[in-house]
Design a protein around this ligand. Structure first.
Ligand SMILES: N[C@@H](CCC(=O)N[C@@H](CS)C(=O)NCC(=O)O)C(=O)O
Length: 335
């Protein structure tokens, strides 16, 4: 398996550097790292605000892994102890019994110096963090957890398309997923303008590509679409204003707007998205760029459910034999 190496990407010239994922153990069929695929053994911890965690949320839904891999959702607002289970009764994760995600990191490595990040997968019996390696997590859900997939689950990382998926995913990571962060956290003008140019250069190329085809690679949804969606769905709510990626809104690019709406309306995508968590997190946590912590009231979300007409391009969300997932479990439904 290739692994896309995103966590290792360094931007030597630029100030914003995404640090390497620290815990890269994999959960696999053969359990080479000591973590075999097993129903009910692991817990996926996410913030619904986080684009990197949202990849795992979408893959888990599309693959029907909800009962095999349980879900913990943290408060969108971190405090100085990082991610907290303050949304749960008694402010504790009901399965892991912990109040802060850092407790699982500490159980794995004492005095761990890095950030406590989501997504994280925790071993329930021991309470130990297994992995926070977000690019690998979704690839492993797609290719290693197959015995636990629902009937009709799609192949999100088909072998014959992997080179093409990897190539486009790398460009999307560099210029879009991470590009918006480089723009948003830039501390000088040149750094910001370079990142801004990268974001819109890549979005223009992707818009051209998606004018002719319904999905990024092949005729159906793949890992590549999941990776682009998680940034595009946040674009107008947080990246356009808060991260200053404001040449245009997503809603002003007819192709990308229809593409993102198409995915949003596909079961497994839109039902994972919590716009309130997204806005609360970005505008209240990043006080360096929004010192007042005031959260904007907009944008108007009513357009997300309007017809997209992308079916006219050919292609179907799922290959023949695959089906959409059913509704999310009641306790995971976003109100
Ligand atoms: N661990 C990832 C990143 C995932 C990530 O950045 N998650 C964010 C939320 S969107 C987070 O948990 N940040 C807290 C931190 O890293 O301290 C990496 O290697 O770059």
């Amino acid at each position: 398996m290739t692994g896309l190496g995103e966590g290792n990407t360094e931007y030597g010239r630029k100030k914003f550097k995404r640090s390497r994922s620290h815990f890269t153990d994999r959960i696999t069929v053969a359990g080479e790292d000591g973590w075999p695929v097993e129903a009910g053994r692991y817990r996926l911890v996410v913030s619904r605000a986080c684009p990197w965690a949202s990849r795992a949320l979408i893959s888990r839904r599309l693959l029907g892994l909800e009962s095999a891999l349980s879900l913990g959702v943290v408060d969108p607002i971190q405090d100085d102890r990082s991610w907290r289970f303050t949304l749960d009764p008694d402010e504790r994760d009901p399965v892991l019994g912990i109040r802060f995600l850092h407790e699982a990191y500490d159980a794995r490595e004492t005095e761990y110096p890095g950030g406590v990040s989501v997504p994280a997968i925790v071993d329930v019996p021991t309470g130990v963090l297994v992995t926070n390696d977000y690019p690998q997590i979704t690839l492993d859900l797609a290719t290693e957890w197959t015995s636990l997939h629902r009937p009709g689950a799609p192949d999100l990382y088909p072998e014959r398309l992997r080179d093409e998926i990897d190539e486009i995913a790398e460009e999307i990571f560099r210029d879009v997923n991470n590009g918006v962060y480089r723009a948003g956290f830039a501390t000088d003008q040149d750094e910001y303008e370079a990142a801004y140019a990268d974001v819109f250069h890549r979005l223009d190329r992707l818009s051209d590509r998606l004018a002719e085809r319904r999905y990024l690679v092949g005729d159906h949804i793949t890992e590549a679409d999941i990776r682009l969606f998680t940034t595009l769905v946040r674009f107008d709510a947080v990246y356009h204003g808060h991260f200053k990626c404001n040449r245009n809104k997503l809603t002003e690019d007819p192709v990308l707007w229809a593409y993102t709406r198409d995915l949003y309306q596909t079961p497994g995508f839109g039902d994972t998205v919590d716009f309130d968590h997204i806005k609360q997190h970005y505008y209240r946590v990043h006080t360096g760029i929004n010192p007042t912590g005031v959260v904007p009231a907009g944008p108007d979300l009513s357009g997300w459910t309007t017809p997209h007409h992308r079916e006219e391009l050919g292609g179907t969300p799922f290959a023949p034999g695959a089906t959409p997932p059913g509704p999310p479990p009641a306790e995971e439904t976003i109100v």
